[in-house]
Design a protein around this ligand. Structure first.
Ligand code: AMP
Length: 351
């Protein structure tokens, strides 16, 4: 168990790091952020910030030497950067990140464990795409294997001829059949160093333009009926990766049961409601897990919880957002409210 006063290193400097830093401070830890950007919203709440690029070997080594344990809040941290940290304790492991960084590896890993996924094929060339569309059929979605988020790096193909306009650009891709689903939900778990695993209630997630708009707990009865099977799979994946920390698994609820979409080896937007809505938040349990503390109770504290993301200009009207005391407002302190940018969120509990 890591004693309070020690320093936790976080790779990545966004809002997830900011909320992790707040949870770490509450438990008496210091936080050191490693992020290339100058205006890191996580560094604002932290003791130290190393501002250096992901390929700066000496900065990575110096950062690691100042930390008792290192974690990440961004799944696109290059694997080479993690390897450059030396012997410092790193949770979740490099293996977890390697699997989750690549949609193909991730789907292979999960389906090898018996999980259900949309039909998928790797696409590196135009011929591969034609073959995938023939074998899987249209409609489908072509996605970059790496670095896609919030619907970026994705092209929906309704009819074969639409593929002609897409430039593959030499990037490794994956083609997936379109899943007909009733709703989407996530399973979020925390796994400790001793393998103890806890789950939060599953939220039903509503996306707009590929971006999470809101998370609702409890999920619809239809989704809830599929949570047990989805949890069993998530637990198997986490155990298979010797996972330590919080991980999120996104599922489609379908007539055939839960269909795995993707996993995030980190705290997740669909778990932000746990800050006010659960006895222990996803952020606190992530810190507890990586520091070897016992995991906290994940019990739901209200009849229902709704989390709304404030995207782009939605965060501008702070007078309205703060007027209702039932709104738990979180603003991330980001500068420019660009369209599609997550600026904050609001959580509401129903009793
Ligand atoms: P992703 O980045 O893979 O999470 O995709 C973003 C959103 O696009 C998902 O939350 C779904 O709403 C939708 N989506 C992605 N893949 C599929 C699929 N194979 N079938 C149907 N909808 C999908």
């Amino acid at each position: 168990m890591l004693a309070p006063g020690n320093t936790i290193g976080i790779l990545g400097g966004g809002q997830l790091g900011r909320m992790l830093a707040a949870a770490a401070a509450r438990l008496g830890y210091k936080v050191h952020i490693y992020a290339p950007e100058a205006d890191s919203v996580a560094a604002e709440l932290s003791e130290a910030h190393t501002r250096a690029s992901w390929d700066d070997a000496s900065a990575l080594r110096a950062f690691a030497e100042q930390c008792a344990v290192v974690t990440y809040e961004w799944e696109n941290v290059p694997i080479a950067a993690l390897k450059g940290l030396g012997d410092v304790a790193l949770y979740p492991s490099i293996r977890a990140l390697e699997v989750a960084q690549d949609r193909l590896n991730e789907k292979d890993f999960v389906t090898n464990l018996g999980g259900r996924a949309a039909p998928y094929m790797a696409v590196d060339t135009r011929d591969d795409l034609d073959r995938a569309m023939t074998l899987i059929g249209t409609p489908g979605i072509l996605k970059t294997r790496r670095e896609g988020y919030d619907g970026k790096g994705q092209w929906r193909i309704n009819y074969d001829h639409e593929a002609e306009g897409i430039s593959l650009g030499g990037q490794p891709m994956i083609y997936e059949g379109l899943v007909r689903f009733d709703c989407e939900f996530s399973v979020i778990l925390a796994r400790g160093q001793d393998g103890q695993t806890v789950f939060w209630d599953s939220a039903e997630n509503v996306h707009q333009d590929g971006i999470l708009a809101k998370s609702i707990v409890p999920a619809s009865p239809l989704a809830q009926a599929q949570v047990a099977e989805a949890r069993a799979l998530a637990q198997q994946v986490a155990a298979g990766l010797s996972y330590v920390g919080v991980a999120a698994f996104e599922f489609f609820a379908t007539d055939a049961g839960p269909v795995f979409n993707e996993m995030a080896p980190r705290v997740h937007n669909s778990g932000h409601w746990t800050i006010e809505g659960a006895a222990t938040s996803q952020f606190e349990n992530h810190i507890r897990a990586i520091c070897g503390l016992p995991l906290g109770d994940t019990q739901l504290l209200a009849k229902g919880v709704e989390m709304h993301n404030l995207i782009g200009a939605e965060a501008a009207d702070t007078a309205t957002l703060t007027a209702d005391p039932a709104n738990h407002l979180h603003l991330y302190g980001k500068g420019e409210a660009r369209p599609g940018r997550k600026m904050g969120h609001v959580t509401r509990l129903t009793q």
